[in-house]
Design a protein around this ligand. Structure first.
Ligand SMILES: Cc1cc2nc3c(=O)[nH]c(=O)nc-3n(C[C@H](O)[C@H](O)[C@H](O)COP(=O)(O)OP(=O)(O)OC[C@H]3O[C@@H](n4cnc5c(N)ncnc54)[C@H](O)[C@@H]3O)c2cc1C
Length: 279
């Protein structure tokens, strides 16, 4: 199938992109196009105007600012995967990035596109939840920062409004006591995960504190598992506790019971990773 006819504009700056969004009621930003173009081709969406933001160099930076690592929305997955700053300051992202799709898609797909699209089985939204990350958003009203905990609202639904441009994601710089874990199960490497888990914690003597477990592929958005988090911190049976946190639905890929079982398997693996000191 071919897309419905649409107009095309190249944004010269973030302000220009915001102005174009304001002038056209049914416009959509085009980043890597790896999700958007597929939905156009399948006529799942038919915006009247695509606003190409690929020339905006101001959205391509990776930099440490105080206690935060800021990653521009237009940083490609492949660039992030090779970034020494991300490897050093956000090791959880470095663990997760190679699981996103295939190299050809990672060469074009962007960090901002992935977060804005908010697929419930995507890796990066879960990583941001686990890390207590933030999203930097620009609009006609100015710049605002939204916590990841408040950003993912529902199935493919976020706190972004029609006039918003996501400019960057921010995660706290990892310290010597930071611990991370990541695991996912997909039918083939590069497929969206059936179930996945991104986790962060701090080492405190022989125990862990500030445990944040973010599961993906088990609901409409990536979700935290507070009962299991408390169990991991206390060193009690986290897999048993997890039953109280997750209520996945079954689909053609896996039944609800299978997803729950797989989530427990992943949790067991990630608890082992969290106990290991940083390399
Ligand atoms: C075969 C295949 C397998 C894939 N597997 C995975 C996977 O395993 N895990 C995974 O996470 N992803 C996967 N993806 C998706 C891939 O990661 C995409 O790159 C990503 O979802 C979208 O990024 P993009 O830059 O291509 O965004 P686009 O497709 O350009 O845009 C996606 C949406 O986000 C909006 N948007 C983009 N940038 C911004 C911005 N800065 N501000 C506001 N809105 C914005 C667009 O308007 C659009 O609505 C897969 C894709 C394909 C085709």
């Amino acid at each position: 199938m071919k897309p419905a006819p649409f107009g095309f504009a190249k944004a010269r700056s973030v302000e220009h992109a915001i102005a174009l969004l304001g002038e056209h009621a049914d416009a959509r930003l085009l980043a890597g196009g790896q999700s958007l173009i597929a939905t156009l081709n399948m006529r799942l969406s038919a915006p009247k105007l695509l606003i190409d933001i690929n020339a905006l160099d101001e959205l391509k930076r990776i930099a440490v600012a105080g206690d935060w690592l800021e990653i521009g929305a237009l940083v490609r997955h492949a660039e992030a995967e090779r970034s020494p700053e991300i490897a050093r300051h956000a090791p959880l992202l470095a663990l997760a990035l190679p699981h996103i799709a295939h190299p050809a898609i990672r060469n074009r797909g962007t960090i901002g596109g992935s977060i804005a699209y908010a697929d419930p089985a995507a890796e990066l939204p879960a990583c941001l939840l686990a890390l207590g990350g933030e999203l930097v958003v620009a609009s006609k009203a100015g710049r605002r920062v939204i916590k990841a905990d408040e950003f993912f609202k529902g199935l493919f639904e976020t706190a972004l409004g029609p006039g918003d441009v996501l400019t960057a994601v921010r995660v706290p710089v990892a310290g010597a006591d930071s611990r991370h874990g990541f695991a996912e199960l997909a039918r083939r490497h590069g497929d969206y995960a059936l179930v996945g888990l991104a986790a962060a914690a701090r080492a405190g003597g022989k125990t862990l504190r500030d445990v944040r477990l973010a599961f993906f592929g088990v609901g409409a958005t990536a979700i935290r598992a507070p009962t299991a988090e408390a169990a991991v911190a206390l060193g009690t049976d986290a897999v048993a506790a997890l039953a109280r946190d997750l209520d996945p639905e079954g689909d053609v890929q896996a039944s609800a019971a299978t997803r729950k079982h797989l989530a427990g398997v992943l949790l067991r693996r990630v608890v082992v990773q969290l106990a290991e000191p940083r390399a």
